[in-house]
Design a protein around this ligand. Structure first.
Ligand SMILES: [Zn+2]
Length: 245
């Protein structure tokens, strides 16, 4: 019994590692679901990444800032997860790229990315517990996220709570896609987030290029935007405007 509860505590302490474990556990299921939708190279890259542990974030091994900062997203994973298709079959993961600007403090600028599966602790929550656990309330903190999809309703509530409690944090979220935007509770969550001062945007073609240049292992190659990128942006942009008006 004692052994078991110690293990549970340890698991709790290592929450982020657990996220990584969840990623591995759920991966097979995810890959099966997306076979028709995922290019062979993307699948191979994802599989390799899994085996080598290349693109897994393991923040608990080192202090969080050092681990997450400087990591870049696998290009195949980016192209799959950030593609702004209307029906995001198989994309049951959120990739969250972040920039944190704390003015001219010693560790002023933070940059990195987090990824999760919807089965584990969501990247949005991990960001506030791991990347920005403390933030001097006297220092203005400008946070920008580029996420593969907009937050679920549980996360919108959590983010809104953080923004109300920590007034010095200004958050802008650029989302490639709107997650389950037809659901009433998702729409209510996005409205609550907006009311809490969060700026919500749908990623434009230029934002995809910027995210690619800034957060992806791009081999200094530019991003070739997919054919309907602009149309899909316009579609989601209109939906978001309808929800927030
Ligand atoms: Zn969530």
């Amino acid at each position: 019994m004692a052994e078991k509860s110690r293990t549970q505590m340890k698991r709790k302490e290592k929450e982020t590692t657990e996220v990584t474990m969840d990623v591995k556990e759920v991966k097979n299921e995810g890959e099966k679901a997306v076979e028709h939708d995922k290019s062979p190279s993307a699948e191979a890259a994802a599989t390799n990444g899994d085996q080598n542990g290349d693109f897994q974030v393991e923040p608990m091994e080192l202090p969080p800032f050092e681990t997450i900062t400087g990591d870049r997203v696998d290009p195949f994973v980016f192209k799959f997860q950030f593609k702004n298709v209307e029906y995001s079959s198989g994309r049951n993961k959120t990739i969250l790229c972040y920039l944190v600007d704390r003015g001219d403090t010693a560790d002023g600028l933070l940059k990195g990315f987090l990824e999760d599966e919807h089965a584990g602790t969501h990247a949005e929550e991990v960001f506030f517990t791991q990347c920005l656990p403390h933030c001097d309330s006297a220092i203005k903190c400008t946070v920008t996220w580029y996420v593969s999809s907009s937050p679920c309703s549980a996360c919108t509530a959590k983010i809104a709570e953080v923004l109300k409690a920590r007034k010095n944090i200004k958050l802008t979220i650029f989302a490639a896609r709107l997650f389950e935007w037809e659901e009433a509770e998702i729409q209510a969550g996005l409205k609550a987030l907006h009311a809490a001062g969060c700026k919500l945007r749908v990623m434009k073609p230029l934002d995809f290029s910027y995210t690619w240049d800034t957060f992806v292992e791009n081999d200094e190659q530019p991003l070739n935007l997919w054919e309907d990128c602009k149309e899909n942006y316009e579609y989601y942009h209109e939906k978001l405007a309808d929800i927030l008006q």
